[in-house]
Design a protein around this ligand. Structure first.
Ligand SMILES: Cc1ncc(COP(=O)(O)O)c(C=O)c1O
Length: 332
């Protein structure tokens, strides 16, 4: 199974090999060997109550999740056979649904069963779950009234972390011109399928040769990165933008508050400017995909000593213990 290993994408999911498009011109027995090898590598995907091989897991071209980005999602990790903070992810999923008037057609308990069974069907102990609820099949008009039943998709896969050296050496970040969406247009607290705002920021980071993009809000203050919350540390105190600045209510972000408490550190939610980031002693990002990762350069300015700082190191170390301490068991 090939693994994409560029260090600039936090959601690098191992992808099963596809059958070669030239398979038809190969000798018959070679073709069928190639096909069965590809099938053996296929993931099993949950779609609306069915567990399907990924080559058969499809949604309609009239699904408003595709046509309009009308839907919601969660990215969830599991470690050593246990799902990390499942309840929090489901609470956020249901909040996103309520906010956009989408009725998830199954209960939280049924969703949990489906999710755990999807991981089991793939025989995984460590990995990443993508849970998607689309508005469902409608017509070409955008009115969600046309969509009679939302669709649920659950994908469980392995995830390639940033290489370990990035956690030791840190990321480079650039501020992008694309502003985080204003809450009056579409509240960034909704984890919707409409991620074009973040994608545009990500493209800017790519074009600048950076690992991540720092997104500002309309007031020019720091909101978050494209898929991560942001923290800065100054003189031993940790600061992060409030949700009202345009940050997602990150599950990993909330874990940082718990860890800080345990370690006798204080996190303050505060307006943060680019200047505050430039003059910080340390900076780190948090997200389900990236976990806790240091930043050592922003817009060409070296952060602190240019090496991940000691508080960041302590937060990472404790986080790595914590994710293996609890969670919803998958195989019991
Ligand atoms: C825009 C955005 N901000 C922050 C985060 C981090 O949130 P969490 O820690 O819940 O993964 C994510 C990822 O889910 C995200 O997409």
């Amino acid at each position: 199974m090939p693994t994409k290993t560029t260090n600039s994408d936090t959601l690098l999911i191992d992808e099963p090999q596809e059958t070669s498009p030239n398979a038809a011109v190969k000798p018959a027995n070679e073709t069928s060997t190639a096909r069965s090898a590809a099938q053996a590598q296929e993931l099993t995907i949950y779609v609306d109550g069915h567990f399907l091989p990924q080559s058969e897991a499809k949604v309609s071209v009239f699904d408003h999740g595709l046509l309009y980005g009308d839907g919601i999602f969660e990215g969830i990790r599991f470690y050593d056979g246990r799902v990390f903070r499942l309840e929090e992810h489901h609470d956020r999923l249901w909040d996103s649904a309520r906010s956009i008037c989408l009725d998830i057609p199954i209960s939280k308990e049924e969703m949990t069963d489906a999710l755990l069974e999807t991981v089991r069907q793939n025989g995984l102990r460590d990995g990443y779950i993508r849970q998607v609820v689309t508005r469902g099949v409608g017509n070409l008009g955008l009115n969600p009234h046309q969509c009679k039943r939302p669709s649920i998709i659950i994908i469980a896969a392995t995830i390639a972390l940033y290489p370990e050296e990035v956690y030791r050496n840190g990321l480079t970040v650039v501020t992008c011109a694309t502003r985080r969406m204003n809450a009056a247009a579409l509240n960034p607290a909704v984890k919707s399928l409409n991620y074009l705002n973040n994608v545009m920021a990500r493209i800017e980071a790519n074009l600048a040769g950076a690992d991540e993009a720092l997104m500002l809000n309309d007031a020019g203050n720091v909101a978050e990165c494209t898929a991560d919350n942001v923290f800065v540390i100054k003189k031993g105190r940790i600061f992060t933008p409030p949700i009202s600045a345009g940050a997602l209510r990150g599950i990993t972000r909330a874990v940082m508050f718990e860890i800080a408490d345990e370690l006798g550190l204080k996190i303050t939610e505060a307006e943060i400017t680019r200047h505050d980031v430039f003059v910080a002693d340390e900076c780190f990002l948090t997200g389900t995909g990236a976990e806790v990762i240091p930043v050592i350069k922003v817009d060409g300015r070296v952060i602190g000593t240019g090496k991940p700082g000691s508080i960041t190191g302590r937060m990472i170390a404790r986080f790595r213990e914590l994710v293996r301490e609890g969670g919803t068991p998958i195989y019991s």
